[in-house]
Ligand binder design. Structure first.
Ligand SMILES: NC(=O)c1ccc[n+]([C@@H]2O[C@H](COP(=O)([O-])OP(=O)(O)OC[C@H]3O[C@@H](n4cnc5c(N)ncnc54)[C@H](O)[C@@H]3O)[C@@H](O)[C@H]2O)c1
Length: 265
C-alpha cells in the first residue's frame, strides 16, 4: 500500500489548517500517508477535522491551537511537532487573512503593520524555527502566496504587498537554503472558494454577483477547490524534486487575456 502513498511517514506542519485551503492541504497529506501537525485560531473546527482524518487514515494528524502572530506560539508549534514525530520534512505556511477591500485612505499604518505581521512575518518565523529540522531531513517549505501578489488587486494595497513579499521571500530563501538541500517554493492561488472568499463576497453587498464574477475571472470558468490546493502542495513536496524558488500559479488562467479592467467610466 505504501507504494501508492506519495508522502508516507513524512512529517508536515500546516499553519491555518482548520478550514479552506489549509484544510485541503492537511487532508491531501494525510491521504498520502503523512503525519501532519496543523494549527488554527480557535479549536472546534481543528479538533473535528483531526478526529475525521484520524478515523480515515492512512496517515495521521494532530491539531494544536497556535496563533501565528505570536512568535512563542510558533516556536511551540515546531517543538510540539518534533516532540511528537521526531522530525520535520515539510512546512506549509498558509495561515493568513485578506481584509475587507478598502482604498488606501481608509487603511491605517497599524492595519498594515498587523497584516504584515500575520501574513508575512509569521511565514518568516515558522521557517526560521523549522529550518534547523528541515536541513536535517533535506525537506522543503511551501508558502501560500497569491496571484494578486503578481498582478495586483483593486482596493487591497496592504494584502497585495504582503503576498508580493511572500513570493520574493520564497526566492531569497530558496537561494540560501539550497546549500542544505532544502527546497523552498510557493503556490499562488487565484480564486478558491473558501470561508475567507465567502466572507469577502458577503461584504460586497451582492454575494451572488460577486461569486459569479469570481468564477468568470478564470479561463477555466470556475473557482479552484480546496482539494486542488492540497494536490498542488503534495506535488511540490513529493514530486517536484527539481523545483526550488518556483511560484506555482494555481489560477485557472486568471492572469491571461485582456478583460474589462478600466476603472474609469
Ligand atoms: N481563497 C482564496 O481565493 C485565496 C487566494 C489566494 C491566496 N489565498 C491564501 O491562502 C491562505 C488560506 O486562505 P483561505 O481562503 O483558506 O482562508 P480561510 O480564512 O478560509 O482559512 C484561514 C485559516 O487560517 C487560520 N488562521 C487565521 N489567522 C490565524 C492566526 N493568527 N494563527 C493561526 N491560524 C490562523 C484560520 O483559523 C483558518 O484555519 C491565505 O494565506 C490566503 O491569503 C487564498
Amino acid at each position: 500500500m505504501s507504494d501508492t502513498l506519495r508522502y508516507c511517514d513524512k512529517v508536515v506542519i500546516v499553519t491555518g489548517g482548520s478550514q479552506g485551503i489549509g484544510k485541503g492541504i492537511v487532508r491531501s497529506f494525510v491521504e498520502n500517508g503523512a503525519k501532519v501537525v496543523f494549527c488554527a485560531i480557535g479549536s472546534d473546527a481543528g479538533r473535528s477535522l483531526e478526529a475525521e482524518l484520524n478515523g480515515q487514515g492512512p496517515g495521521e494528524c494532530l491539531f494544536t491551537a497556535c496563533d501565528v502572530t505570536k512568535e512563542e506560539e510558533i516556536q511551540e508549534l515546531v517543538s510540539t511537532t518534533v516532540r511528537r514525530f521526531g522530525q520535520i520534512d515539510c512546512l506549509v505556511n498558509n495561515a493568513g487573512w485578506h481584509p475587507p477591500h478598502k482604498p488606501i485612505d481608509d487603511i491605517t499604518a497599524d492595519d498594515f503593520r498587523y497584516l504584515l505581521n500575520l501574513n508575512l512575518v509569521s511565514y518568516f518565523l515558522a521557517a526560521k524555527y523549522a529550518l534547523p529540522h528541515l536541513r536535517r531531513s533535506q525537506g522543503n517549505v511551501i508558502n501560500l502566496s497569491s496571484l494578486v501578489g503578481t498582478i495586483g488587486q483593486k482596493d487591497a494595497v496592504s494584502y497585495v504587498a504582503t503576498k508580493g513579499a511572500i513570493t520574493a521571500m520564497t526566492k531569497a530563501m530558496a537561494i540560501d537554503e539550497s546549500r542544505y538541500k532544502v527546497r523552498v517554493n510557493c503556490i499562488s492561488p487565484g480564486n478558491v472558494m473558501t470561508p475567507l472568499w465567502g466572507a469577502l463576497a458577503a461584504q460586497s453587498g451582492d454575494m451572488a454577483t460577486t461569486i459569479k464574477a469570481g468564477e468568470n475571472a478564470q479561463l477555466i470558468g470556475r473557482m479552484g477547490t480546496e482539494a486542488e490546493c492540497g494536490l498542488a502542495a503534495v506535488f511540490l513536496a513529493a514530486d517536484a524534486t527539481f523545483c526550488t524558488g518556483v511560484d506555482l500559479l494555481l489560477s485557472g488562467g486568471a492572469e491571461l487575456n485582456y478583460g474589462h479592467k478600466s476603472q474609469i467610466g
